[in-house]
Design a protein around this ligand. Structure first.
Ligand SMILES: CC(C)(COP(=O)(O)OP(=O)(O)OC[C@H]1O[C@@H](n2cnc3c(N)ncnc32)[C@H](O)[C@@H]1OP(=O)(O)O)[C@@H](O)C(=O)NCCC(=O)NCCS
Length: 163
């Protein structure tokens, strides 16, 4: 397994998980409004961003397996928001653990951040179990914080500190 910058050749596999109802039900974007051009512009923009880092997790044949990100990197407060999504065929493969450990290493060692935080839909029990397993600490819940396609969704907040 490897972690590298996103590349245009990842676009089709990214679009597959964006369009996959088993995956996109855990995100707030509207999958019907996303197309291949949007994915390509996202990847292109990601090459020159300083506030956001989006990395591709790949297998040994450089096949894209998922994206792990540090977003809204704040060098004053020394924090960033973590996010992850895998292609369905990589769920349960161990790549999420690998990619998360790598990006946490980048955050705390290379970028010298103090805190990485995340939010997750309260009904996403697999992701919540995963964050607990990775050492993120539960910080509380924003009840019915979002309305997505007519349904109120609560968010759970987690964070991990450098120490
Ligand atoms: C969240 C995500 C990155 C986690 O990666 P993963 O490969 O599923 O994670 P793992 O299998 O290593 O760990 C999940 C843990 O949840 C638990 N689990 C397994 N299957 C589960 C299920 N069906 N329901 C609830 N918990 C489950 C287990 O404790 C498991 O850990 P363990 O088997 O190693 O003890 C991945 O599932 C994913 O991309 N999901 C879709 C997008 C998403 O939800 N992104 C996060 C948005 S906040």
């Amino acid at each position: 397994m490897h972690l590298r910058k996103l590349n245009i050749r990842d676009a089709d596999r990214i679009l597959e998980w964006i369009k996959d109802p088993e995956i996109n039900k855990y995100f707030r974007f509207d999958p019907d409004k996303m197309n291949r051009d949007d994915v390509i512009s996202f990847i292109e923009k990601a090459q020159n961003e300083s506030k956001d880092i989006h990395m591709a997790a790949t297998d040994d044949n450089d096949r894209y397996l998922g994206t792990v990100s540090l977003k809204n990197i704040n060098y004053n407060d020394k924090n960033a928001e973590y996010a992850i999504s895998l292609h369905k065929d990589a769920v349960g493969s161990g790549v999420a653990k690998f990619a998360t450990e790598e990006i946490i290493k980048i955050a705390f060692t290379k970028l010298n951040l103090e805190r990485i935080y995340l939010n997750v839909f309260s009904d996403n029990s697999r992701a919540i179990n995963f964050y607990n397993k990775m050492g993120f600490k539960y910080e509380g819940e924003l009840e019915k914080h979002l309305q997505i396609r007519g349904e109120f969704k609560s968010l759970k907040l987690f964070a991990i500190l450098k120490k």
